[in-house]
Design a protein around this ligand. Structure first.
Ligand code: DC
Length: 223
């Protein structure tokens, strides 16, 4: 089957907008594959941190991204043989990921890896540029937003639940800095595709957001 006929739903949005949770639930509900593109930037960041690669060395960083020995297996994210799924959620890894994600050759290095996730029966792809750059012809594009306060509270809860320590004031500052970097970068900045459905989840549960996306997808199939 030509990949261009395999349905893709893109869920983009800023950090802690709820996109990971909604995308995950959506993929489960539809029986689709799931691409957590942020994890690829986080894996590259973790590898760079471990190898003490200079964050200004774009060539070395893009080589790391191109050769990432990563594998997704259910809840596990394997780097070589090691499950690093919990480790890559640390704030420090996320902040480093946001920095290296501004480098064009790192983004280029991860491009085909991301396209490869488009497999039957379909894909839910979560990130910042899924609907604008990676899958510009996606079947359905969703852009999730939420107030910075709501996102900081969510991130706080996620981190505490995962056993990390966290401070809400620092999280707010980090989120604002990361938003500014992800939105302001020259290449593939965080922004809704012109044809994206925008959903503000500040006062919504994940189940409510999921229901809305399913409604949009159902409407497409019947149009
Ligand atoms: O979604 P996340 O928090 O796991 O992403 C971590 C960082 O990776 C984010 O701050 C920006 C970058 N990223 C990106 O630039 N493009 C994507 N498609 C996904 C993530």
């Amino acid at each position: 089957m030509s990949t261009s006929v395999i349905p893709v739903i893109t869920i983009d949005g800023p950090t802690a907008s709820g996109k990971g949770t909604v995308a995950h639930l959506l993929a489960e509900r539809l029986g689709f594959h799931y691409l957590d593109s942020g994890a690829l930037y986080r894996l590259t960041a973790l590898t760079a941190m471990r190898r003490q690669v200079d964050l200004g060395d774009e060539h070395a960083l893009s080589k790391l991204a191109r050769d990432l020995p990563c594998h997704f297996a259910g809840e596990e994210i394997l780097l070589g043989q090691e499950n690093v799924a919990p480790l890559i959620r640390a704030e420090e890894v996320g902040n480093t990921a946001s920095k290296i994600a501004a480098l064009p050759s790192v983004r280029q290095a991860l491009y085909s890896l991301q396209l490869g996730f488009r497999k039957t029966p379909g894909l839910v792809a979560d990130g910042r540029d899924m609907g604008t750059v990676i899958f510009p012809h996606a079947t359905l594009k969703v852009f999730l937003t939420a107030s910075v306060q709501a996102r900081a509270e969510r991130r706080y809860k996620q981190l505490i639940d995962k056993g990390f320590s966290a401070n809400i004031e620092n999280l707010l500052k980090d989120l604002e800095a990361r938003d500014a970097r992800d939105t302001g970068r020259a290449i593939a900045p965080l922004k809704p595709a012109p044809d994206a459905h925008i959903l503000d989840t500040s006062d919504m549960t994940a189940a409510q957001a999921l229901a809305k996306v399913l409604e949009w997808y159902g409407a497409l199939k019947h149009s």
